[in-house]
Design a protein around this ligand. Structure first.
Ligand code: BGP
Length: 459
């Protein structure tokens, strides 16, 4: 076999409660429900996070299909608003029973769960208290995390604190694609900082309970490439790297805040409010391993025009993006396809972070109108997706050959799911979900993934 992977490699996928569970009446409301209610027209076809593929009721069928697609593991998330409607207090009995039934079903099918606590779905009541800008909400998160560890920690051995924590400040406080639709760099920094503290405190709680498992987080530390090696472009890329990559990576993996980022924040009046014990908390609670999401690189150049001093301060006040000439595009999603970046990201972990243990936690291809690729037997022949996986996996393989500690590959996402803004427009699944009939069926890539997992590699 040309690309054989290390023994016990994790072949799996990632999913989130918000994007799959549905049944909005049986759970509390989240920031994303609110976002949708306030501006349904911003969404592609006005379909909110309430309906969805209804994993809540169809979980047994869905888990059986995941097994058919060869997944030996899945990152799955608990809905905070379901487990503890309103965000604080006792867990809801029905929700506990539901998650236990789901865990039973995964166990029966031999699929190991990597359990995530937060995937863009803060209970709305806590957002109304100030969301992660508030230290009280940080404490509520830590309580919630402890409740989850106590309830399910004997059964689940891999716990994730946050999926892409940077998206909460980015979407909600900089770029207006998540609730509360604020555009304020300083507030975004405060949210990011408080999420780092929330994460570190949750790690501390987990370790106190001595449950014998591991705790991690998932970051989208997408590589950032400068347009050229001239000083100005390099400086622009450096700032983007500090903001989007080192902000969470350094405290989570090294236990310390990045000094250059601190300088940058100080110089621009963006320093967050801190508490005296924070530094110690971060230092003492380094994660066990890291999940890495990768879709497309960021390409950055120096600003070509002088920035108007009266304009709102944003990361882009310090750099511009540029398009690489002749780049390969996923035209449906509008994202550049650049598989080498997955290798570069793994090599950054190896060379700059002492080969910190990691795995690919999301990677995948969102495609529109896949029904066009249906064959005469009714199966979607998504050869482009198989090609996408092969190209990315050959780079993951190369990194491992060169010593990367990468121990798994989770694709996004096994079953076509609802997504913020895109709803069901871009399909990522190995398994097709029909909105009309509610049916699910394996695509060609699902059969391919099963072979990949069985053979622990591909030719
Ligand atoms: C990641 C998120 C996922 C998922 C994915 C694809 O950043 O963790 O939740 O949505 O991106 O993005 P989209 O669904 O917008 O195409």
């Amino acid at each position: 076999m040309k690309y054989l992977f290390p023994e016990n490699f994790y072949w799996g996928g990632a999913s989130s409660a918000l994007q799959t569970e549905g049944s909005d009446t049986s759970r509390g409301k989240t920031t994303m429900d609110k976002f949708f209610e306030e501006a349904p027209t911003r969404f592609y076809n006005g379909m909110g996070p309430g309906k969805l593929s209804n994993f809540y009721e169809n979980y047994a069928e869905d888990i059986a299909l995941l097994k058919k697609a060869g997944l030996n593991s899945l990152r799955f998330s608990i809905s905070w608003a379901r487990l503890i409607p309103g965000g604080r207090g006792e867990a809801d009995r029905e929700a506990v029973e539901y998650y236990n039934r789901v865990i039973d079903e995964f166990e029966k099918n031999g699929i190991e769960l990597f359990m995530n606590l937060h995937h863009f779905d803060l209970p709305i009541e806590l957002q109304n208290e100030g969301g992660f800008e508030s230290r009280d909400v940080v404490e509520a998160y830590v309580e919630y995390a402890r409740t989850c560890f106590q309830l399910f920690g004997k059964r689940i051995k891999k716990w994730c604190t946050f999926n892409e924590p940077i998206v909460t400040p980015e979407g909600g406080y900089l770029y207006d694609f998540h609730y509360p639709n604020v555009v304020d760099f300083k507030r975004a920094v405060q949210v990011a900082y408080n999420m780092i503290i929330a994460h570190s405190k949750a790690v501390a709680e987990y370790r106190k309970l001595n449950l014998g498992g591991e705790i991690f987080t998932v970051l989208n530390i997408t590589p950032i490439y400068p347009r050229s090696s001239n000083e100005k472009d390099m400086k622009a890329a450096k700032i983007a790297d500090l903001i989007f990559v080192r902000s969470f990576l350094d405290p989570f993996v090294k236990g310390e805040f990045n000094e250059e980022l601190k300088e940058f924040l100080k110089d621009n009046g963006l320093m967050p409010e801190t508490q005296p014990q924070d530094k110690e908390i971060v230092k003492n609670n380094i994660i066990d391993f890291l999940g890495l999401n990768y879709y497309q690189p960021r390409r950055v150049k120096a600003k070509e025009h002088i920035v108007n001093p009266d304009s709102v301060l944003l990361p882009e006040s310090f750099f511009d993006y540029y398009d690489m000439q002749g780049k390969k595009m996923n035209t449906s999603r509008g994202w550049e396809i650049y598989p080498k970046a997955i290798y570069d990201m793994l090599m950054t972990m190896k060379n700059e972070y002492n080969n910190f243990r990691c795995f690919i936690a999301e990677n995948g291809m969102g495609v529109q109108d896949e029904h066009k690729f249906r064959n005469k037997n009714g199966v979607i022949e998504d050869d482009y997706r198989i090609q996408f996986f092969k190209e990315h996996l050959s780079y993951v393989h190369k990194a491992i050959q060169e010593g990367s500690s990468c121990f798994g590959y989770h694709m996004w996402t096994p079953i076509d799911n609802w997504s913020m803004i895109n709803e069901y427009k871009n399909r990522y699944g190995l398994i097709e979900f029909s909105i009309e009939s509610g049916n699910r069926q394996l695509k060609k890539s699902g059969l391919w993934f099963n072979e990949l997992s069985k053979n622990n590699g591909f030719d």
